[in-house]
Write a protein that binds this ligand. Structure first.
Ligand SMILES: [Zn+2]
Length: 86
């Protein structure tokens, strides 16, 4: 039994359907497959980076863009969060 993890917004290179690609682990290897067609291949991170994180990367600065002042301030608040004391 494999744990399937779908990649939001990923496009199947074979049937061109969106949101059908999922990732699973087989013998320690990362694989990706399509839920609609028989597409199935080893997941190559050099090829696609980390597509499962793309959706969450909305806060990253674009290349050549300076970080905004308020973004720096938010980070500073996180670092001194007093609620994390245990
Ligand atoms: Zn497909």
């Amino acid at each position: 039994m494999h744990k399937k993890r779908f990649i939001a917004g990923a496009l199947c290179p074979k049937c061109q359907q969106r949101d059908k690609i999922f990732i699973y682990f087989e013998a320690g290897e990362k694989w990706r497959a399509c839920n609609r067609c028989d597409f199935n291949e080893p997941f190559d991170q050099r090829d696609n980076g980390k597509p499962e994180e793309i959706v969450t990367r909305v806060n990253q600065n674009r290349l050549g863009e300076k970080p905004l002042a308020h973004e720096v301030a938010v980070e500073a608040v996180k670092l001194i969060d007093p609620k994390k004391r245990s």
